[in-house]
Design a protein. Structure first.
Length: 153
């Protein structure tokens, strides 16, 4: 099964959406296998958003990601990376479809509530960036037979 990283950004923390967003992932059938609140350092953000480092708005992104602590989640499931990206919606929240997290809770490109890993390779790198080995838990998902058919996982 796949694991993926989600960050509940300061826009989620400040607007009191932590619980609602986590509830969506739980209700979907994803297993929460890691979770903590952290303050993001310059170093970690420069690594995490290295693809945007040359953009004029990079400092703005860094500042907003440091405006409060964030909550990082590790979620596990079949095709978890793609499932979570679909649940997240496109980057510009105004274009994000209703029913997605960004589509339902936000109006902004920048203040778009969640980060989600965009490929299985990125997910592995990002999970290692935010979690140590002992912070990712391996425990039975007791409702597994009600979430998937036995040939799906
Ligand atoms: N971002 C922004 N302006 C832009 C592009 C990105 O403020 O023009 C921010 C936005 O918060 C986005 C994050 O930078 O979520 C990372 O950008 P990316 O292109 O990786 O989008 P994502 O994968 O989050 O949809
Ligand atoms: Mg991205």
């Amino acid at each position: 099964m796949q694991k993926t990283l989600v960050i509940l950004k300061p826009s989620a923390v400040q607007r009191g959406l932590i619980g609602e967003v986590i509830t969506r992932f739980e209700k979907k059938g994803l297993q929460l296998v890691g979770m903590k609140m952290v303050s993001l350092t310059d170093e970690i953000l420069e690594e995490h958003y290295s693809h945007l480092k040359e953009k004029p708005f990079f400092k703005r992104i860094k500042d907003t990601m440091q405006a409060s602590p964030v909550v990082v989640l590790a979620l596990k499931g079949v095709d978890a990376v793609e499932v979570v990206r679909k649940m997240t919606g496109v980057t510009n929240s105004r274009d994000a479809l209703a029913g997605t997290i960004r589509g339902d809770y936000s109006m902004s490109v920048q203040e778009n509530i969640v980060h989600a890993s965009d490929s299985p390779e990125t997910a592995q790198i990002e999970l290692n960036r935010f979690f140590s080995e002992i912070e990712i838990f391996n425990y039975p998902q007791l409702m597994l037979p009600n979430v998937y058919a036995n040939d799906e996982y």
